[in-house]
Design a protein around this ligand. Sequence first.
Ligand code: PLP
Length: 322
Amino acid sequence: MTFESISLFPLPTPLHRLERLDSGSNCELWVKRDDLTGFAMGGNKGRKLQYLAHEIKASSCDVVVSCGQVQSNFLRQLGATCAVLGVECVAVCMERPYQDLDRKPNEVIGLQGGNLALDEWTGLQRKLIPDGTWDAMDEAIELEASRLRDQGKKVKVIPLGGSSPQGVHAFYEAGKEISQQVDFEFDFIVAASSSGSTQVGLTHYFRGSKTKVIGIAVDPEPEVLDDMVLLSESYVQAGGVGPALTHEDLDFRLDWVGPGYGSPSEAGNLAIELLAKKEGILLDPVYTGKAFAALLDLAHSGEISGRILFWHTGGNPALFAY
Ligand SMILES: Cc1ncc(COP(=O)(O)O)c(C=O)c1O
């Protein structure tokens, strides 16, 4: 398979130093501004959607079906992509999805406003279903897809967070974009990691180089790492640059999840405030605040040093829900 895309916004996104933030003597901090992709209010999902848009168009479908937690940034941008392509978009949503009954989330806030407030402008149709496991969400997508097929519609299913081989490839290309913006190699790249294609794509690109990619978990489930290995295998099978990644190739840290997915952490909130006050850059409480808190801790402890790049993956609309 070759990976083809449809342009939805201009690239590259800006890459610049964080001049005012003191991160420790042996560090130089940089930021990759994927919050400024600009498409439907920006964020890392836009990159994946350029490739998924091609796949959606090539499928000649009438309707796209996907899923996510209600505040999903991916669904906001998927809704806009489908609107641009002139196809319907239906999203199966849960307020509090979880891995299994023993690990139900304690508290999830931010269930109103934010990304939800934008659906009516793009026409995204949400189907709120009772909370359940991620597997139950997958089953619900299939049910919704067959209901629409029974109505005679041609359906295209897009996986959670756009984490398909196309999503991985988008971030393989994003790694290449960095290499064209600076004439040195970063020592570390730190990014929030959830459905996995951001981390998997960047790790594929930087494998074997000086640059180490660190993914910061925002979900409490360690199984996300197994899913990333499977995602990498599917990328290589689809024609991506192999070999597939193993567990050891992926540096995935679970220490900054805080109270759970969608529940802000104290460290994350402090990181949001710090970056807003020092640099005028806004993060979000679900993904980037926690990832930036991790970067600061890792830099202050000396575990990471040198040129460190924070990949700002967006998510700002959620600020208005918290
Ligand atoms: C703002 C933001 N950052 C990071 C991520 C994680 O990206 P990925 O799903 O590719 O792991 C997401 C995904 O939901 C996101 O919305």
